[in-house]
Ligand binder design. Structure first.
Ligand code: NAP
Length: 328
């Protein structure tokens, strides 16, 4: 009898998310506490037909090139910056991801961060718990209004647009930058496309929604902070390395900007002793943009569909390098 194809999964999933969908495969699971291809998985790389991984599992060329039978890598995330996609494309290996399904969840979380930071919810909550709520203070816990504020969105793709949609009823002025011109979105969202410098210097709130690429890595560094208003609030729900962490710390501690809300950091996870946690004007969540019950379950389903299609030699429903299907 022919042996079932071997799948390496870096992390297990709740049984009701997977059901019987992996019955046709031999599956080896990595250690949930380790990232990437760990010791449990390493020895099986040469036999693997598929890899199922998460966004913080590095899959570099050294792993891909040890796997002669590899037919697919399926990432349970929309971003695939953890995978050497170029090497996969050269090898003709399709890479799957889960776009679209996490748009609403991540846009909701972005709004939650924006409102939490602008209204100092974390500090107000901590103070209330600590018995510091002694009276209704006219000048206590003062926040910033969204109404009439200028919100600048960097990267007006699926999530950036969903954030803009959510912001419409708040009565703010929307501006954005994007790699390609989006005249249709200017009309749909009543937003103006501007150059990055104008966005940085005029926005009260800056929301990052670009993918992590060579171009966006470190996009918000010392120079960018120098252009921002001292009252600016930065929200990063994209990828940690889009912001230079040292420059952010410096900007927050020197009052170069007012505050930041981060769902993503560099490094990730941010170690518990990291100085950013000590700053009252920095609100951090542990990369939970897509963390709703429904979103994660749907993401897992799509990632499994991508995996199965790749193993069966069919086009992936959601492929980041569809050029692998073009005749060379
Ligand atoms: P998307 O639809 O591909 O949107 C990305 C947008 O960024 C596109 O409009 C793109 O423009 C633009 N862009 C790319 N490079 C740019 C640059 N150098 N300057 C300005 N704009 C640039 O992706 P998405 O679904 O909205 O997701 C965006 C990112 O969010 C993902 O890549 C992922 O890293 C992150 N994310 C985070 C979480 C979380 O849990 N916090 C969850 C989901 C996603 P073009 O159309 O011209 O290429």
């Amino acid at each position: 009898m022919e042996e079932k194809p071997l799948i390496l999964m870096t992390h297990d999933l709740p049984p009701d998310w997977v059901e019987n969908s992996l019955n046709d495969f031999r599956v080896i699971f990595g250690d949930n506490d380790q990232r990437g291809i760990d010791n449990k998985l390493e020895e099986y790389i040469p036999e693997a037909s598929g890899i199922f991984c998460l966004l913080d599992d590095p899959i570099p060329a050294t792993i891909i090139n040890q796997a002669p039978l590899l037919k697919v890598i399926s990432n349970m995330a929309v971003g695939t910056d953890n995978i050497d996609v170029k090497t996969c494309t050269t090898r003709g290996i399709p890479v799957g991801h889960t776009p679209g399904v996490l748009t609403d969840g991540t846009a909701d979380l972005t709004l939650a961060l924006l409102l939490s930071v602008s209204r100092q919810l974390a500090e107000a909550n901590q103070d209330a718990r600590a018995g510091k709520w002694s009276s209704w203070e006219p000048t206590g816990w003062l926040g910033r209004d969204l109404k009439d504020a200028t919100v600048g969105i960097i990267g007006l793709g699926k999530i950036g647009s969903a954030v803009a949609e959510r912001l419409k009823p708040f009565g703010c002025k929307l501006i954005f930058t994007n790699r390609s011109p989006l005249p249709g979105q200017e009309i749909n969202l009543n937003a103006r496309q501007v150059v990055l410098d104008e966005l940085l210097s005029t926005s009260d709130f800056i929301c990052l929604h670009v993918p992590l690429t060579q171009e966006t890595n470190g996009m918000i560094g010392k120079e960018a902070f120098a252009k921002m208003k001292t009252s600016a609030i930065l929200i990063n729900a994209a990828r940690g390395p889009v912001v230079d962490t040292d420059a952010l710390y410096e900007a927050l501690t020197s009052s170069r900007i007012l505050a930041a809300g981060l769902d993503v950091t560099d490094p990730e996870p941010l170690p518990p002793d990291h100085p950013l946690y000590q700053l009252p004007n920095c609100f951090i969540t542990p990369h939970i943009g897509s963390a709703t019950v429904n979103t994660r379950k749907v993401m897992a389903g799509i990632a499994i569909r991508n995996l199965k299609a790749g193993i069966q030699g069919e086009p992936l429903p959601y492929c980041v390098n569809p050029e692998v299907y073009k005749p060379s």
